[in-house]
Each structure stands twice: as C-alpha cells, then as structure tokens.
Design a protein around this ligand. Structure first.
Ligand code: PMP
Length: 465
C-alpha cells in the first residue's frame, strides 16, 4: 500500500491501482516527473471544455490545462473539427517535406511577436531552448549562459540549475550559487552556467559585467514561472546591458506566449529580445516548440545548398559553418493546423479580454474569500496565469516564495482534489477561454470548503496537543 498522511490523502481507488501497476513498468510511475505527486497522481480518462474526468468517474474543473497548453480548454469544437479536416484533406499524418502550413504559421508568429523576424519549429520547448542557445553561442563566439534563479527552461544539462534550490544551497542573494538539480550532468557542462537574481538589476548587471567576455546569452522567463512579473525597469535595464555587452537576450516565452498577451510578454512590456522560444499554446495541445528572432542570428541555422551533416559523401568542410537544426517531426502539419486554428480563435473579438477578465474575477473572488477568514493570501500573476501564495509579503523573485506558507497551500490543494478542482498541488493556475462564471463560483466554493476542513483539522490538532 502507498503511504498517506493528513497533508496528502484522498481516496481514488482506480488511480491508486493504476499507479501501483505503473510503478512496476515505468520508473516512479510517470513518464514526465512533473506529473508525480503524493500519495499518487490522478489518472484522467476524458477532458471536455473546462473539465477533466478521472478513472473513478470524478469530474474536476481543470486549472492545469496541461501546464498551460490548452488555452481553449479540452476538445474545443473547432480544434477537433480542424484536426479531422486536416487529416482527411492531407490523407496522411505527415509529409516529411516542407508544406504551406508551416509558412502560414511562421507568418502568423512574426506578425504577433515584435522580436521575431524569422522562425524555426521544434517538437518541444526544451528543443527550442537548445536551438536558441546554440544560435547564441554561434553568434557571439562565447560559451557561457546566464539564467535566473527559479526559472525553468526545460531539460538541457547546463540549464538544469537553480530552478528550485534550497535555502541552505542557494548562496548569497546578490550572487546565487549554481545548484544543479539533476544527477548525470557532466562537470564541464556545470561550469558554463551563471545564475542571476531576478528583478534585481544592480546585482544582475554586476554579474553580467563580470562574465561579459564569456557570456553568449542571458535566458529568462520574463514572467517568472509564468506568474511573477518582471518589473518593467528591470527588463528595460536588462535589454540595455545585454546590448552593450554583446550578450544575446533570450525570452523564454514557452509559458507566457499567447497567455500574458497574444504577442507574449514582449508585447506586454514592449521589449524586443534577440531570440524568443515558444511552445505550449502554440500547438493547441499537440507537442511543439519554436525559436524566432533577429534574422541575422536565425540565418546562422539556415540550410545551405552546399550540404549539411546529412549529405553523405558531401564536402564535409561545408557543414561546420551552419548551426545544426533538424528533426523528423519539425513543423508537423497536423500540429501547425491545430495551432493555426487556436490562433484564429484567440484573435477573435474580445476573446483575450474576456479570458483576462475571467481570470481577474477568479483571483479577486479567491482573495476576498480568504481575507474573510483572515488568512494572509494573495494571488500573483499576469494575463491568464496566476498563483495562490499564502503570505502578505511582496513576491518579486524566487526567494520571496520562501516566505509563503507552503504547508497550508499543500493541504488546501489536496482537499481541492477531493472536491473536484484539479491542479497539480502547488502548481500555478492557468485559465482557458471556456472557463465559465459557474466554474469560478464552483472553484471559490470548493476553496472555502477546503479551507474550512483544513482549519477544523488544525483546531483539532491544537486541542490534542
Ligand atoms: N521553458 C519554459 C519556460 C517552460 O515552462 C517549459 C515547460 N514547462 C519549457 C521551457 C520546456 O518545454 P517542454 O516541456 O515542451 O520541453
């Protein structure tokens, strides 16, 4: 039997059984470690609109939305229809050749993202970051990369550092340690990463100046974790100093793209990064990534008539000048079609405005409810993403999150899973265009029920102490 404690218990028999089966055949029972949580993750079998249905037939309002990817909710009628139409029209899953939809999608992205002049597609956000970093190294002829503490950029060896470091390991606030958070990363890859403090321009500038001769790129989530906004002055300052020091500025907009504004955080802040990575929403629920940016940098990866690593017997000295980028599934026609339909929906009148105002409605109603119980709670976010943080202290960076009452959040989130609100415990909330005011009512009521349960458990514990 799986162990349970008061903080993390619920009864979902079918999920528990499936998880025990999974543990035998999949390491840890999940194929993406983020999907694990105690005592066992919930196995879903259907999704409709704002709802998920699990293997025990319980319905949930879904605020994970596949970690933000499903901005039009589950199984949007137009997305489903476009999927069928595309398959029938093309008669195949994929051509394995160039096709018009990838050109259409590139044009759409360029029209929306002010920092993007050309685009290439990948299959995931991680792959997009891989290409962006390789381009930056080729462009600057420097080798180090700077990232911010608390920011996540996928599974690359040199960027799996200081995403969630402990207080003991994190080091000085002005000069954070690089704390690597995966086993199996070679030492020489650990030496090329510099960690910066988010929203602290003075300390960031000092570190950038110190490492300027080695730094190819600064990569960041312009809204940390999708919910802690950068200060405008911080981003302006970062843009200026990276220009001055010949460091490529990469906005990783895998979470924020199409979610904090249609044109991403770069539109919201009116800043042009050199390179941008996209993912999640762009594929409408199918796997995707994209890199876009300045033409002079993007062109470093241009295919050449003189050949490449795939030209067997070709002039191998011609391959060295090009930044390698390829992938069997890059620019997949079905994903492009679904992505284009998603953008069509999002560009309709008032859709984004409504999405943002529904998100604000949920945030303000939750804040009001918790305040009525004198619980120190705030929501932090931007556009269609937010998080619930149990502290009244300002939240500007990763370390500020240490001030929050994580145990309370964990208890509430676990209760919510019994009450029919789905979110991986402690994760951020993402909204969709189909979350209704009834969903919001249900969610606020569920939070209130969860809070009452937790408070009465605490009171009982106190009496028995
Ligand atoms: N960058 C950011 C900002 C992300 O949020 C993620 C995924 N959560 C990634 C990169 C990696 O994307 P993927 O999971 O598609 O590889």
């Amino acid at each position: 039997m799986l162990t349970k404690d008061a903080l993390t218990s619920y009864n979902k028999d079918a999920s528990e059984k499936l998880f025990e089966e999974a543990l035998d055949v999949i390491p840890g029972g999940v194929t993406a470690n983020i999907k694990h949580f105690a005592p066992y993750p919930i196995f879903m079998k259907e999704g409709h609109g704002s709802k998920l249905i699990d293997e025990d037939n319980q319905t949930y309002i879904d605020y994970s939305l596949c970690y933000g990817a499903l901005i039009t909710g589950h199984g949007h009628e137009r997305i489903m229809q476009r999927t069928h139409e595309q398959l029938i029209k093309s008669g195949t899953m994929i051509f394995g050749t160039p096709h018009s939809l990838e050109v259409d999608m590139a044009k759409r992205i360029i029209g929306l993202y002010q920092g993007i002049e050309q685009v290439k597609f990948t299959n995931s956000g991680t792959e997009a970051v891989l290409l962006a970093i390789r381009l930056a190294v080729a462009h600057t002829k420097k080798e180090k990369v700077a990232k911010f503490e608390g920011h996540y950029h996928g599974g690359l060896n040199n960027l799996l550092a200081s995403i969630n470091p402990s207080e003991q390991d994190a080091g000085e606030a002005d000069q954070p340690n690089a704390v690597f958070e995966s086993n199996g990363i070679p030492n020489d890859e650990r030496e090329n990463t510099v960690i910066l403090p988010f929203n602290n321009l003075e300390a960031t500038s000092a570190l950038l100046r110190e490492h300027a001769n080695d730094l190819a790129a600064v990569i960041l989530e312009p809204v940390q974790g999708g919910f802690i906004p950068a200060d405008k002055a911080f981003l302006d300052g970062l843009r200026k100093i990276t220009d001055e020091l010949n460091i490529v500025l990469i906005f990783d907009e895998v979470k924020t793209g199409f979610r904090v504004a249609l044109g991403g955080a770069q539109a919201a802040y009116d800043i042009k990064p050199d390179l941008t990575t996209l993912g999640k929403v762009l594929g409408g629920g199918l796997p995707i990534g994209a890199v876009g940016g300045r033409k002079d940098i993007m062109m470093l990866s241009a295919a050449s008539k003189d050949g490449d690593v795939f030209s067997v017997g070709g002039k191998s000295n011609e391959t060295v000048g090009t930044v390698f980028h390829s992938g069997t599934y890059n620019g997949h026609p079905l994903i492009m079609a679904v992505g284009l339909e998603t953008l069509d929906i999002l560009e309709e009148n008032n859709i984004m405005e409504n999405l943002f105002s529904q998100t604000m409605l949920l945030r303000s109603r939750l804040e009001k409810m918790y305040a009525s119980y004198n619980i120190k709670m705030q929501t932090v976010g931007m556009g269609s993403i937010f998080n619930i943080i149990f502290t009244d202290q300002p939240i500007k960076s990763y370390r500020d999150m240490w001030k929050a009452n994580i145990e309370l959040r964990q208890e509430i989130d676990t209760e919510l899973l019994s009450l029919g609100v789905y979110l991986k415990p402690l994760n951020r909330y993402s909204m969709s265009t189909v979350h209704s005011t009834e969903d919001i009512d249900f969610t606020v009521n569920a939070h209130e029920s969860a809070l009452k349960k937790v408070l009465s458990r605490h009171a009982k514990r106190k009496r028995h102490a």
